[in-house]
Design a protein around this ligand. Structure first.
Ligand SMILES: *[C@@H]1O[C@H](CO)[C@@H](O)[C@H](O)[C@H]1NC(C)=O
Ligand SMILES: *[C@@H]1O[C@H](CO)[C@@H](O)[C@H](O)[C@H]1NC(C)=O
Ligand SMILES: *[C@@H]1O[C@H](CO)[C@@H](O)[C@H](O)[C@H]1NC(C)=O
Ligand SMILES: *[C@@H]1O[C@H](CO)[C@@H](O)[C@H](O)[C@H]1NC(C)=O
Ligand SMILES: *[C@@H]1O[C@H](CO)[C@@H](O)[C@H](O)[C@H]1NC(C)=O
Ligand SMILES: *[C@@H]1O[C@H](CO)[C@@H](O)[C@H](O)[C@H]1NC(C)=O
Ligand SMILES: *[C@@H]1O[C@H](CO)[C@@H](O)[C@H](O)[C@H]1NC(C)=O
Ligand SMILES: *[C@@H]1O[C@H](CO)[C@@H](O)[C@H](O)[C@H]1NC(C)=O
Length: 902
């Protein structure tokens, strides 16, 4: 029954998409988006910090030797005011080692012939989607985990004596040694199960991961109860004391079993509803098929303000009432858990990692005060970009009446669901029309040098070695996944570095594609791998970064370094005479600001609002109006429609619904990344250009990495930068060229800064000239996206074909051995023959068509038939999804087959 209705939905949706092919209707997904990986509970994160203490040293891998010191060469030292700004002659070249290590195969595995795809497994997945309750796993699949459960006294909840009853430090040390031994085993199993699932999405692997995580939760619960037997206040050894402090944080699992279960259920329900709720594009549409994941892409391409407004409203009015009482429950349970952890309320618990407070010690830092200070520092810049955007919007939407010259911006105009990511407006509002830098040249160099995805990581690795980081075990190159492989379904997002927690096995998982963007990603991930690799000798509870924000900040700082032109020239990726012009610099900064910088005020709002809920200052009777009060005050945006008391708009934001954790993390890591960059690049007066850093500063970074979680995030910050607190000044230095351009421009245009004016109307003269390239231009966010195309798409300008397709000179056609499957105008490459499932050759307006591989170039619609908007849209859809469309279409096949034959 359910199957049939699904098919009907599909077909009508497809027909619908076909009817209005110039609109941005998504193809509905027959399979739910993978839910975001839930935040590990505070204590799970704690335990996952744990690693082997008594490390048996025999290394199966060649122990990484210290790097042989490179001979200093004449051009080794960094010139004082090094900058690639205007003079190519001043390029500083660095020498990388000969690529002598065994990196294994660098053949691009995505070009390999596909393995057979197991239709039974897919069928099972589809069935469990259609009939969730009937498909509960009946027996344990993870035998290794099953063996561990209750295998030692550390698993025993009843083993613990009264809290603080043991004062003997030797006993505490002995307990800690035993604990680390046991924790190591279960953590390893969780890491293995996680890797297996994320790189090979199969129901079995999901069950195995769930079981491992459940077991870990069990272990954490009993071991942290046992840890509380020991009186921390009596401990003399500061390291031991900190270890116990880390272990005795319970987070949400402090709740009793029933309430903890309820918390997880409520959290999951909010997440599920957020992902699955469907809304209409217009009143009376039937069926409604737009979901949250489609919304961003649709808003991004919508030029009709009335449609954006309608979607904005439908989304909020559908999701809000549904989740209001659930959210109240979630906050209440979080407060209860906080109190059981010894905190006043959820706010104090959430902030404790930043305020360095614990059940036994009060905050050492007032992080919200820091956040306010940061906001004050960035406000002048934010007002500049806000004023500039406000004026530009009158041209983007050809409608100046929706805006006032000196007021807040209506939230639906910013091309994102929550007005927290303005990058959808980049193309239409960028400061300079000129090209976007040298992405094309870099991509060309990758091709010339026969790069594959893996080669980008090898280059990143050689850069880190040059900087003084040691070697990684060769197993890293063997076990990592650098690009999507055909044989397994992967969860590509987020790309991540994995410490497999046996002290020797480190990996990355990324579905990278050749290009500037993922070259940067490779450097970020390498920084994370080296972080994990450096702290591997720490005792178990310290085998974690000083704070996740520190790790992100360091990784992002290295990401910026990887864009430095001297480095790119040294790696032979740019010609020696390439210069990064002023326009390119300002455009790049502008794009980055629209994604990350404008999010900072939003983060402040998201946390302030939740803290007021935690503190009981607001409740469901007035929390919506408070939300808009804060949004207007900090972000300068307002609701486009009057809001009612029973509306619940906060939950329409992913930051609230999908991530029940402080948004402050982004603020801290983003601000800190520039403090670190500044430390690495010394007095370089053009921070946005990056630099090749001094090795002495790198040594500080390495030292911080080596100490893992034995130091806190402020100590890490101080050891790298000398700063004792967060400071937005380096960030403002980084953005300086953009800030000065914006303020000149706004001054010239006589724009009002701020949003507290009397709502003066824009005059005709205020509206900026229409962009020449406006209509019909591409709306890609990342320049390298200009260089990619999807199956059936146009690759005549040398675009790289994605998703298992190859360019035939004109269009991206499916790789040999694959079948081309057309749904409306979207083309998918499938391993199985859709003909086996009763499909016929498409034609005469039929939306679902089948074209054998050889015929693809004739049957793929020529590019002109793709209205631009739709093309862009489908690119975004592909891009945004963690599972590419080929997977989704593969899942779709058996469903349809079942429907037709039964
Ligand atoms: C498609 O368009 C035709 C005529 O333009 C209309 O009769 C039909 O109802 C439309 N189908 C859908 C699903 O909107
Ligand atoms: C679709 O395209 C046609 C012809 O190009 C145009 O007249 C119509 O307004 C478009 N519809 C929308 C909703 O953009
Ligand atoms: C993927 O996982 C399944 C189920 O655990 C396993 O049987 C299969 O061998 C794995 N595939 C690969 C290529 O590792
Ligand atoms: C202090 O505690 C750490 C961590 O448990 C341990 O490695 C170290 O040996 C202890 N130091 C002394 C002097 O006991
Ligand atoms: C911001 O929006 C753009 C375009 O919609 C999207 O590609 C990008 O991933 C978003 N960035 C973040 C950090 O959400
Ligand atoms: C790239 O590969 C081609 C063909 O295999 C080869 O001729 C060429 O020398 C390679 N280039 C480099 C820089 O390795
Ligand atoms: C909400 O807060 C107001 C005061 O701020 C209080 O009067 C009211 O009873 C509260 N409502 C609920 C449902 O707790
Ligand atoms: C390709 O298309 C032609 C004509 O459209 C058809 O005759 C031929 O059978 C097709 N090739 C295959 C392998 O189906």
């Amino acid at each position: 029954m359910k199957r049939l209705s699904l098919i009907l939905l599909l077909i009508s949706a497809v027909a619908c998409a076909d009817n209005k092919s110039n609109e941005t209707l998504p193809i509905p997904k027959p399979f739910p988006e993978p839910e975001p990986v839930p935040e590990p509970a505070a204590n799970a994160a704690t335990v996952s910090q744990a690693e082997p203490l008594a490390e048996p040293e025999p290394n199966p891998e060649p122990a990484p030797e210290p790097e042989p010191e490179r001979k200093p060469s004449s051009n080794d030292a960094r010139p004082e005011s090094h900058s690639s700004e205007h003079s190519a002659a001043r390029t500083m070249k660095i020498q990388f080692d000969a690529p002598s290590e065994d990196y294994g195969d660098t053949v691009d595995s995505s070009k390999n012939k596909p393995d057979d795809i197991d239709n039974d497994v897919i069928q099972k997945l589809v069935e469990s989607y259609l009939n969730p309750e009937e498909n509960k796993p009946k027996q344990r699949v993870n035998k290794e985990v099953e063996k561990l459960i209750n295998s030692s006294p550390f698993w025993n909840l009843n083993e613990a004596k009264a809290a603080n009853s043991i004062k003997d430090e030797d006993m505490a040390q002995e307990w800690m040694n035993g604990y680390t031994n046991e924790a190591q085993k279960i953590l390893y199993q969780v890491a293995v199960a996680g890797w297996n699932y994320f790189t090979n999405v199969q129901p079995n692997n999901k069950d195995a991961l769930d079981e491992a995580e459940d077991a870990l939760a069990l272990f954490v619960k009993s071991s942290s109860k046992q840890a509380k037997q020991f009186d921390i206040s009596k401990m003399n050894n500061p390291f031991l004391k900190r270890e116990f402090e880390i272990l005795t944080v319970d987070g949400m699992s402090a709740l009793d079993a029933e309430k903890y279960g309820e918390f997880n259920e409520v959290n999951a329900k909010i997440n599920r509803d957020f992902i699955n709720t469907e809304i209409c594009e217009f009143k009376g549409q039937n069926p409604c098929i737009i979901k949250f994941t489609d919304l961003a892409a649709i808003l991004n391409n919508e030029k009709d303000l009335r449609k954006s407004a309608a979607l904005w409203k439908f989304w909020r009015e559908t999701i809000g009432p549904k989740l209001s009482s659930q959210y109240e429950k979630l906050m209440k349970l979080t407060n209860e858990a906080a109190q059981l952890n010894g905190f006043g309320n959820g706010r104090d618990m959430w902030l404790s990692p930043f305020e360095l407070s614990s059940r036994s010690s009060p905050p050492k830092v007032n992080i919200m005060k820091s956040a306010e200070k940061i906001y004050e520092q960035i406000l002048p810049f934010y007002q500049q970009i806000h004023a500039y955007m406000r004026r530009q919007l009158t041209a983007v939407f050809k409608d100046k009446s929706a805006l006032s010259k000196d007021g807040a911006i209506p939230a639906h105009m910013l091309k994102s669901v929550s007005a927290d990511n303005w990058s959808g407006l980049y193309q239409e509002t960028k400061p300079f029309e000129e090209n976007e830098g040298h992405a094309e040249e870099i991509l060309g160099s990758f091709h010339r040098l026969n790069y594959t995805s893996k080669t980008m990581f090898i280059q990143a690795y050689r850069y880190f070695k040059y900087l003084g980081f040691g070697k990684l075990p060769t197993s890293f190159w063997k076990n990592s996944v650098f690009t999507r492989s055909w044989s397994k379904d992967m969860l590509c997002n987020p790309p991540a570095a994995y410490d497999m927690r046996d002290g020797n096995d480190f990996r990355v998982k990324a579905c990278s594609q050749l290009g500037e963007t993922d070259f940067k990603l490779a450097h970020k991930l390498m920084a994370q791998v080296f972080y994990q690799y450096q702290y591997k000798k720490q005792p178990l509870p310290f085998r974690e970064s000083a704070n996740p924000s520190v790790q992100t900040a360091i990784a992002n700082a290295f990401g910026i370094l990887s864009t430095n032109y001297d480095y790119l020239k040294s790696a032979d990726l740019l010609a020696d005479d390439t210069v990064k012009g002023e326009a390119v610099r300002i455009n790049n900064l502008y794009r980055e600001a629209l994604i990350d910088f404008v999010k900072l005020p939003f983060d402040v709002v998201a946390d302030k609002w939740r803290f007021e809920v935690f503190e009981g200052k607001i409740n469901s009777s007035n929390w919506n109006s408070e939300w808009w009060k804060l949004k207007t005050q900090y972000q300068g945006v307002k609701a486009p429609f009057a809001r009612k008391n029973d509306d619940f708009d906060p939950i329409a934001s992913s930051a609230i619904a999908q991530s029940h954790s402080p948004a402050l993390r982004h603020v801290v890591s983003y601000v800190m990344q520039f403090q670190i960059l500044k430390a690495l690049c010394g007095n370089s007066h053009s921070l946005d250009l990056g630099c090749i850093p001094d090795k002495e500063v790198i040594a500080n970074v390495k030292r911080v990495m080596m100490q893992g979680a034995s130091i806190n995030w402020l100590e890490a910050l101080e050891q790298i930068t000398g700063d004792k607190e967060l400071d937005a000044k380096p960030m403002l230095d980084y953005y300086a060229p953009l800030i000065s351009w914006l303020s000149n421009t706004n001054e010239h245009d006589e724009m009002y800064l701020g949003w507290d004016g009397p709502e003066t109307s824009f005059s005709e003269n205020d509206v900026p000239a229409q962009r020449t390239s406006d209509e019909g231009t591409e709306h890609f966010i990342v320049p390298s996206e200009d260089q990619v195309a999807y199956p059936g798409g146009d690759c005549s300008k040398g675009q790289e074909c994605l998703l298992d397709s190859t360019c035939n000179g004109k269009t991206c056609e499916c790789n040999p051995g694959l079948f081309t499957f057309k749904v409306a105008s979207s083309v998918n490459c499938l391993p199985g023959d859709p003909g086996m499932f009763g499909f016929e050759h498409g034609g005469s307006g039929l939306s679902i068509g089948l074209v054998p591989n050889e015929n693809v170039s004739t049957s793929a619609p020529p590019a002109e038939e793709h209205p631009k908007a739709q093309q862009n849209h489908s690119k975004h859809m592909h891009h945004a999804k963690s599972a590419p469309s080929s997977t989704i279409a593969a899942l779709l096949l058996p469903v349809l087959a079942v429907g037709f034959f039964h």
